[in-house]
Write a protein that binds this ligand. Structure first.
Ligand code: CA
Length: 227
């Protein structure tokens, strides 16, 4: 059973995360501030750490940096209410492995945790760069490039692209995409998937001749490199 340490001062958020993770068979311990976190981390052995950035006694980025002085191995996922690129960059520079912006759907948090643990347990099996044709996705820095040119993606576009890159040459239905990326079943229809798919396709295809994502009428979408 994986053992997770959550550092979060907002009780509601902490309770929401704990409940969800426990339902998914994780063991979890929480700290309300940096001092508590340091004590826990020094005395117990965790498989993964989740650090909120806004803590009462220390900035989560600084806490991450301190942890990394002695521990370079344990995956660290940062949480932040501030949708700022700067925070993300600072967090990753401080040694965090991934970054999630609040509010998030629980399914998204779970997917990130699972990916980090998979990577931890099979470091050689799964590289952190996914490649398809001339498209590259770095799952550590959450950045994408095509033919060496960087593509700026929003969090959802990134999640969508990662989903396709992990299942190339396979038709993904709108329901499946909604469930994987948004973490919910959409009874109200999945038109918004088409909207997001259009955003994503524009970004990865607009400067290139070759299309990489194709609509399969009546079924969904496929990532395929046409010859
Ligand atoms: Ca906080």
């Amino acid at each position: 059973m994986n053992y997770i340490c959550l550092v979060e001062d907002e009780q509601k958020v902490a309770a929401f995360i704990c409940k969800g993770l426990e339902e998914h068979r994780y063991k979890i311990k929480t700290a309300k501030n940096g001092a508590e976190a340091e004590m826990l981390i020094a005395t117990e052995s965790f498989d993964l750490l989740i650090l909120d950035i806004m803590l009462p006694d220390i900035n989560g980025i600084e806490l991450c940096r301190q942890i990394r002085v002695t521990d370079q191995q344990t995956p660290i996922l940062m949480l932040s209410a501030l949708d700022q690129v700067q925070n993300k960059v600072s967090g990753l520079k401080a040694g965090a492995d991934d970054y999630l912006i609040k509010p998030f759907h629980f399914g998204e948090l779970l997917a990130r945790i699972e990916a980090l643990l998979r990577r931890k347990h099979n470091p050689s099996k799964e590289g952190h760069v996914l490649e398809f044709d001339d498209l590259k996705l770095d799952t550590w820095s959450n950045t994408a490039e095509r033919a060496g040119k960087q593509i700026i993606l929003t969090a959802k576009e990134y999640a969508l692209l990662e989903l396709f890159m992990r299942s190339p040459n396979k038709v993904l239905s709108r329901d499946y995409i909604a469930e994987q990326v948004w973490g919910i079943d959409f009874d109200t229809g999945t038109n918004f998937i088409d909207v997001y798919m259009n955003y994503l396709r524009k970004k990865i295809e607009k400067d290139f001749k070759k299309k990489l994502i194709h609509t399969v009428i009546g079924m969904g979408y496929i990532m395929r490199s046409e010859r």
